[in-house]
Design a protein. Sequence first.
Length: 265
Amino acid sequence: MDINSKTIWITGASSGIGEAVAMHYAALGHTIILSARRQTELERVADTCQTLGGKCYILPLDLADLKHPETLVQEALAFSGKIDVLVNNGGITQRSLAAETSTEVVRKIMEVNFFGQVALSSALVPHFIKAGGGQFAVLSSLTGIFGYGLRSTYAASKHALHGYFESLAIENFKHNIHVTMVCPGRILTNISINAVNGDGTNYGKLDEGQKNGVDAVTCAKKIVRAIDRKKREVLIGKMDLLMVYFKRYVPSLFFKIVVRLDPTK
């Protein structure tokens, strides 16, 4: 085995950013563990990754119903004997007003985007400590930095990830455990198509912003580079990145701008 080869575990690996990150790591010759709900799609991604030169394993899981995370970690470790990086990429978004979003939808989004990620990551920490280190890459969003229309619970789940994983990084710095928070803006994936409305039905539309966003392959390259450099945070986007700096340095201007934007575009 190549001593420089890493084992990368990726959730939400059946499409979009997760699939693109898996293919990028595979092309570099690393070992990939692919996780998501859809077995057939995982097999498709695995076939592509193996063609690119990576060794792939499939470990299906549902972040909305993660009852035994410790067992999943042991199953993942059994593939190659180690995990160097967990890319917490699985997630779901919404397109609904806060006042029109059912409690069931709020809970589902938080379960997938926050509780599922936390359960899996906390179960992996003891292995990282025993191995002398490891890294979490956490797919947040620009809405993990500022709120935005029609995304109240999505934004809340991403904000929660920042608080949790910053604390985890502080607690485990002495164990050589690193956290990279990845904050994409508009990326050309199916995330808006797979979004849920306030009543839990499928949104089913490709937002104009998504259509004109950064392509997933470019996004994946930036993510892998940030992980390799152990960056604490990486922002990925186009003009939408300006909103981060308005929020941080001129919050009054940020608010004046954001209330005028159409969140469906």
